[in-house]
Each structure stands twice: as structure tokens, then as C-alpha cells.
Design a protein around this ligand. Structure first.
Ligand code: 3PG
Length: 307
């Protein structure tokens, strides 16, 4: 009987956990839960007899896998799997999956929510600005990027996107102008919203060369990963351009310096909040549990990311 462990530093909504447990038990598997663990050591000691893991941004390192000799599958209930050592998993024959699209709407709503919050001066009583008629550049037009476009269209924003992996027709059928280069996106758009994963091609890729191209009253919106920003360059742009603002779902490492020097020009969530809705937790959590059952029952590997 396979044992499935849900290990989440940042717990799912209770209804998501109940749903996962129901699916796991209905399949006749054992269910275990480790939430809000204080130390990575607690995670490591909880995996020794598990066959399957459901995690969020929890760090599935080689060390974790070394301590889980029976582990066959890890499902990241969410999109980004930069928290999983894919090479170690592949070497050990562990299948890694994500649940693409399941929490995207929550992230897209947060991106627009943060934009409104900043445009209204964080509700400090002073007149702000509106989003209607402003240019929005969507960097990467996947699940979240396309949902951002849909919501932003409702606000009456002028929409642009850059994604080298998505055919232009797919982007343009949504009424979004597909641009030919990332440089053009930053040059054209007052708001740029990031929806790129963190990987060897994207880490530190949002740099001075891009940010310094942005038009007057530029706002960078990051609901992706803090690692994609070149923080040295970000600080340089903050210093050179009093009109530049940055909003991010999770603070950059240089948040202290930004807070000290650039009041009113930033907003950072205290914890990564993009996918933190009951709906997103239920969608992603239940999808993860169902994927595990299908994997054990039929060998289904749809959504495997370490092929
Ligand atoms: C994701 O990659 O799915 C999002 O960043 C959400 O991450 P979380 O599940 O850790 O909140």
C-alpha cells in the first residue's frame, strides 16, 4: 500500500487537505501530513517510508531524496518546480510532475490586484492613477500570462506579450499584440508583468538593459520568482529613475535597501501569496493526488517534467 505524504511549509486550505486525503484513502493508500515544519530536518525525517510526495515550494533536495529510499513520485502542486532537484530525481528514477494551470487564476488575480494597489498609492488618500488605457507587457504567455491578459482587458489596458515558445497567432487571437523581442516589450510597456519560470536561462535575466528601456512611470510586476531579477541592476534603476516602481509577490533579497530609500515605490508580499487561495489550493492539491493515483494504477506520466 503506497504511502503519500503531503509536506507543506505553507499549508493548503483545510478543504484541499481533506480532498487530497479522500482521494488517497479511496485508492487504498496511506495518507500522512507534515505542515508548517520549522526545519528542513523535519521534512527529511518524514520521508523515510514514503512512496509519493505532494509539495508546494518545499525544497525537494538530493538530501531529501537520499532519505526516501522508497520514493517513486513527487508532485509539485503548482507550476514552478525550481524547488526540486530534477537531476537527483532522474538519477534515482523518481518521477517529478507539476500541476500546470491549476493555481494560475489566483496568481493572475494577484498581479492585477497589486497593480491597482500601487496605482492607487497603496490607499494613502492621495490621488492615484487608473489602469485603463495603460500599456501592459506580459512576459511569457502561458497559463498565468493569458489569464492576466483576460483580466487586464477588462480594465481596458493595451496589451502586449512576448513569448518565444508560443505561436504569435495564439497570442493575437486574444487581442494581444505579440512582439518580436523582449527588448521591444520593455520599450513599449509602462507595466511589465513577469510570468517566466526560474531556470538557467532566466535567473537574473531581468536586468538593467531591459529595465532601463521602460517608458515613463514604469512598473515592474513580479508574480514569478524573485530569482529572475538581477537585483544589483534593480537597485541601479531605482536610484537612476525616480519614476520606476516594483511590485513583487515575495520580497527581493535587497528589500531592506529598497524600503529604506524608496518609500512609496514598491510593494512586496510578506509571504509568497500568488497561489494562496482556497480555490487554487483545492485545484492544485486534488490534481496532485489524482495524478499520483493514476501513476500508481496505470503508470500515467502526464505532466512529468523530468523526462
Ligand atoms: C507556483 O509555482 O505554482 C506558484 O509560485 C505557487 O507556489 P506555492 O504553491 O508555493 O504558493
Amino acid at each position: 500500500m503506497p504511502k503519500v505524504l503531503v509536506a507543506t511549509v505553507k499549508p493548503f486550505a483545510a478543504r484541499a487537505v481533506e480532498g487530497i486525503q479522500k482521494i488517497v484513502k479511496a485508492a487504498g493508500y496511506e495518507f500522512a501530513l507534515l505542515e508548517k515544519y520549522a526545519d528542513q530536518k523535519d521534512f527529511i525525517s518524514a520521508v523515510k517510508d514514503v512512496d509519493a510526495l505532494i509539495i508546494r515550494s518545499d525544497k525537494a533536495t538530493r538530501e531529501v531524496m537520499d532519505h526516501a529510499p522508497g520514493l517513486k513520485i513527487i508532485v509539485r502542486a503548482g507550476a514552478g518546480y525550481d524547488n526540486i532537484d530534477l537531476q537527483a530525481a532522474t538519477e534515482k528514477g523518481i518521477v517529478v510532475m507539476n500541476t500546470p494551470g491549476q493555481n494560475s487564476n489566483a496568481v493572475a488575480e494577484l498581479a492585477l490586484g497589486m497593480m491597482v494597489y500601487l496605482a492607487r498609492n497603496q490607499f494613502n488618500g492621495k490621488p492615484g492613477t487608473e489602469l485603463r488605457g495603460k500599456t501592459l507587457g506580459i512576459q511569457a504567455y502561458g497559463h498565468v500570462g493569458s489569464l492576466v491578459a483576460g483580466i487586464a482587458r477588462g480594465f481596458g489596458m493595451e496589451l502586449y506579450a512576448y513569448d518565444p515558445f508560443i505561436p504569435k497567432e495564439v497570442i493575437e487571437k486574444d487581442g494581444v499584440s505579440a512582439l518580436d523581442s523582449v527588448e521591444e516589450l520593455y520599450e513599449t510597456c509602462q507595466y511589465v508583468s513577469l510570468h517566466i519560470p526560474a531556470n538557467e536561462h532566466t535567473v537574473k535575466s531581468v536586468n538593467y538593459a531591459l529595465l532601463s528601456r521602460m517608458p515613463q512611470n514604469a512598473v515592474l510586476v513580479n508574480t514569478a520568482r524573485k530569482e529572475v531579477i538581477h537585483e544589483g541592476d534593480l537597485l541601479k534603476v531605482f536610484a537612476e529613475r525616480p519614476d520606476f516602481k516594483y511590485i513583487s509577490d515575495i520580497a527581493p533579497d535587497c528589500a531592506g535597501e529598497i524600503a529604506e530609500k524608496y518609500e512609496g515605490r514598491f510593494f512586496f508580499t510578506p509571504k509568497k501569496m500568488g497561489a494562496q487561495t482556497a480555490e487554487a489550493n483545492i485545484n492544485a492539491g486534488l490534481a496532485a493526488a489524482n495524478q499520483i493515483v493514476k501513476f500508481f494504477e496505470n503508470g500515467d506520466r502526464t505532466f512529468q517534467v523530468n523526462k
